[in-house]
Design a protein. Structure first.
Length: 251
């Protein structure tokens, strides 16, 4: 069985897979409750729902969710034998590392799909107006795409020093993402990419408030820039960490 197939089997009936579904559902329910509890004089439209969910998703979930996800993946491997299969089945360390990242990327994509449909359901219940199907699915897909670089970063941290380093990196990314997202140097901070692109797609400021029409943060040109940078960094970091993992397992 190929490496990716083996990795997929490891997720069956695990807490990790349940986490993939429960996280987006939590954010959607939280948004629904938030909109419901707003004062009666505030118009409950789709902008409120999408801005609330995608702001929290990119600001909070991407740094901390990825950190926890990476730790669970590494902990699962340690429990199963701490990569002993490298020595018993002579499997390429690079293939195993890339396979783990690929399967993590697949599951985070599933999480974004669940998020999209959860937003639709919560919005139908609480919001008024035309349903922004394209905006919701575009925001979910783009947030997934630009978060891919976080996977090898967090998996490296978790594999190297476990939960503590993984969460420390996630916390630093959380702070750095918020601080830099509205500035010109957001392109250098992987944790800021999702936050910054949601400004353009959803029209939400990194602090959670809705942006005014004509705001510089609504500039759509940042979307292709962010995607190209994020995918390039994702490939580079995956290659670097794959060779690090190979050297680590050879020792």
């Amino acid at each position: 069985m190929n490496t990716i197939g083996c990795e997929l089997l490891k997720y069956k009936r695990t807490f990790t897979r349940k986490l993939i579904v429960s996280f987006p559902l939590f954010f959607a329910v939280q948004a629904m409750a938030g909109v419901k509890l707003m004062p009666k004089d505030i118009v409950r439209n789709w902008d409120l729902v999408t801005s609330m969910v995608f702001n929290i998703w990119t600001v909070v979930f991407l740094p901390f969710g990825m950190a926890l996800f990476a730790f669970l993946v590494d902990a699962q491997e340690r429990k199963a034998g701490n990569y002993r299969s490298l020595r018993t089945h002579q499997t390429s360390a690079i293939n195993i590392w890339v396979g783990k990242i690929t399967v993590m990327a697949f599951h985070t994509l599933l999480s974004c799909i669940v998020l999209s449909f959860s937003i639709l359901i919560s919005g139908i219940i609480t919001a008024k107006g035309t349903i922004p199907y394209i905006q919701i699915f575009e925001a979910a897909f783009v947030s997934w795409l630009v978060s891919l670089a976080l996977i090898p970063i967090q998996l490296f941290a978790a594999t190297y020093k476990g939960l503590f380093l993984s969460m420390v990196v996630g916390f630093i990314g959380f702070i750095a993402g918020i601080v830099s997202a509205a500035g010109s140097y957001w392109v250098f901070i992987p944790w800021a990419w999702g936050i910054r692109l949601m400004c353009a797609i959803i029209g939400v400021h990194p602090n959670g408030t809705l942006l005014e029409q004509g705001s510089n943060l609504r500039d759509m040109s940042v979307i292709p820039t962010g995607i190209v940078i994020s995918l390039s960094v994702f490939i580079i970091i995956t290659i670097i960490t794959a060779f690090w993992f190979k050297r680590r397992e050879v020792k």
